[in-house]
Ligand binder design. Structure first.
Ligand code: KIV
Ligand code: NA
Length: 266
């Protein structure tokens, strides 16, 4: 299958074709999503919550992000692989952001990086773009700023906040961003941002008018112990996996497994 490239993103928007994105944190799952035709795989810093058991993405380090990014890149034959820069690895300025992002490309083979913020990180977006590193923006609810945002709350409510969100989105586009994730934004506000940008918006809890959608895969597949209201469960993989483990344990304890078919008899 033809690889998804950065220029395909704006082309998809122009043609009115929705973009699909899921998080992935390892080879096994990334391979399944790539074969399912998911356009973009996001090695999200949500790995802190979903795979490492933290209460937030804030403790996640660059050194923890690189191995999963490598694994997802190895699995992706078609999908564009985007990887999150974690908290503390880009905010200080363009030099810090560039040094971090260069590691993602050189050491892990990421195709693009994503980090949070608008106007405040526009210089970082510009520096990376100029260096040949595609950047995806992230606005609305930005989990790395949970402490200043006051928890998981919808962002961009009210005229003033909506206007600020639009300004941030335009600043990212102007700085060279190839797409913008909008998280927990009222649907009409996300629709307006989508309308004023020529780069695609990828929504998560941001309504149906975005140019694409992203979900955390463990939420999407019913693997999480908790998931937000906007994250629809498309399967009950967690229950299925638990059932498989229970059947396996029962057959081992009962002496049914391994049988002759699953043994080397000579
Ligand atoms: O880390 C992540 O999974 C993300 C998505 C929710 C967009 O940033
Ligand atoms: Na993230």
């Amino acid at each position: 299958p033809r690889r998804v490239r950065v220029h395909h993103l704006a082309e998809a928007k122009e043609r009115g074709e929705k973009l699909t994105m899921l998080t992935a944190y390892d080879y096994a799952v990334a391979r399944i999503f790539d074969e399912a035709g998911i356009d973009l795989l996001l090695v999200g810093d949500s790995i802190g919550n979903t795979m490492l058991g933290h209460a937030s993405p804030i403790p996640v380090t660059v050194d923890e992000m690189l191995p999963p990014t490598r694994a997802v890149v190895r699995a992706a034959k078609r999908a564009l692989v985007v990887a999150d820069l974690p908290f503390g690895s880009y905010e200080a300025g363009p030099e810090q952001a560039l040094a971090t992002a260069v590691r993602y490309l050189k050491e892990a083979g990421a195709h693009a990086v994503k980090f949070e913020g608008g106007v405040r990180v526009a210089a970082q977006v510009r520096a990376l773009t100029d260096a040949g590193i595609p950047v995806v923006g992230h606005l609305g609810f930005t989990p790395q700023s949970e402490n200043t945002l006051g928890g998981h709350r919808v962002q961009g409510r009210g005229d003033e906040a909506a206007e600020r969100l639009a300004e941030d989105a335009l600043a990212l586009q102007e700085a060279g961003a190839v797409a913008v994730v909008l998280e927990m934004v009222p649907a009409p506000v996300a629709a307006r941002v989508t309308e004023i940008l020529h780069i695609p918006t990828i929504g998560i809890g941001a309504g149906a008018e975005c140019d694409g959608q992203v979900l955390v895969w463990t939420d999407m597949a019913g693997m999480s112990d908790w998931s937000p209201r906007f994250a629809k469960q498309f399967a009950a993989v967690g229950a299925l996996l638990g059932e498989a483990a229970r059947s396996y344990a029962a057959e081992v304890r009962g002496g049914q497994f391994p049988d002759a078919d699953h043994s080397f008899l000579s």
